[in-house]
Write a protein that binds this ligand. Structure first.
Ligand code: PGA
Length: 255
């Protein structure tokens, strides 16, 4: 089970240090990892290297993933960061197609698919976000939106599999109406997502389903269902390390 902390555009070197100090008080991380409960931290790009070093120094077994990367391999793309650079830092993966990137920075389904393909060639685990808006849901178009967003990505995953890639791919269902609003999806909604992915793209696609959108240590326990949810992508709540610790305590009550 993956618990991804998406810090978005928050934190500083100072707050990262106190965050890790707080998490280091807990001595069971290695044991939890051995049981498949993994904390994944996703800091802003400028702090990736710093975070990697701090984790190493404290021997904390967390994965680190970027919040985005460029769809191009290298060259004249001012302000962008490449898959090779993320590899060079020793990162585990990258979040792709977050709704904030789609909505605020014009990322299309085709961009997200191209980035996924590139990530897989570099053995970076893609965590691909998808999800409908409130309007899509009221118009009962939500399942169509999921399929439209995932189809081009899944095609690239199939191609990568055919060329021998075994890098896992996770899909994070993040309904736009649930992000940062305090409203989480219901477990039934997530079951519908899992069912749709299985029906449209097969078991392999649905098996790495994560949920994100106003998750915290309390809502988490209502949404854990083995076989449906493989983990969570958490924004605001996981800026507080105490919430991370409480969430792991709760998760472990649902083995
Ligand atoms: P939230 O954000 O937990 O603050 O709703 C989740 C996300 O956007 O990944």
């Amino acid at each position: 089970m993956l618990m991804v902390a998406n810090w978005k555009m928050n934190m500083s070197r100072e707050t990262i240090v106190s965050y890790l100090d707080a998490l280091s008080r807990e001595g069971r991380w290695a044991r939890w990892c051995a049981h498949g409960y993994r904390l994944v931290l996703s800091p802003p790009l400028v702090y990736l290297d710093f975070l990697m070093h701090e984790l190493q120094a404290r021997e904390l077994p967390f994965w680190v993933v970027a919040q985005n990367m460029c769809a191009h391999e290298k060259g004249a793309y001012t302000g962008e960061v490449s898959a090779d650079m993320l590899r060079d830092l020793g990162l585990s993966g990258v979040i792709l197609g977050h709704s904030e990137r789609r909505r605020l920075f014009g990322e299309t389904d085709a961009h997200v698919a191209a980035k996924t393909a590139l990530a897989l060639t570099r053995d970076l685990v893609p965590i691909v976000c998808f999800g409908e808006t409130e309007e899509d849901r009221s118009a009962k178009n939500h399942a169509k939106v999921w399929e439209r967003q995932i189809a081009p990505v899944w095609k690239e995953v199939q191609k990568a599999r055919a060329s021998g890639s075994e890098t896992p791919v996770y899909f994070a269902y993040e309904p736009v109406w649930a992000i940062g609003t305090g409203r989480t999806a219901a477990l039934d909604d997530i079951r519908e997502v899992a069912w749709t992915l299985r029906e449209s793209f097969g078991h392999d696609c649905a098996s790495g389903l994560l949920y994100g959108g106003s998750v915290n240590d309390e809502s988490l326990s209502m949404l854990v269902e083995k076989g449906t949810v493989y983990g969570f992508l958490v924004g605001g709540a996981f800026l507080d390390p105490e919430v991370v610790l409480r969430s792991f305590d709760r998760l472990l009550l649902h083995p």
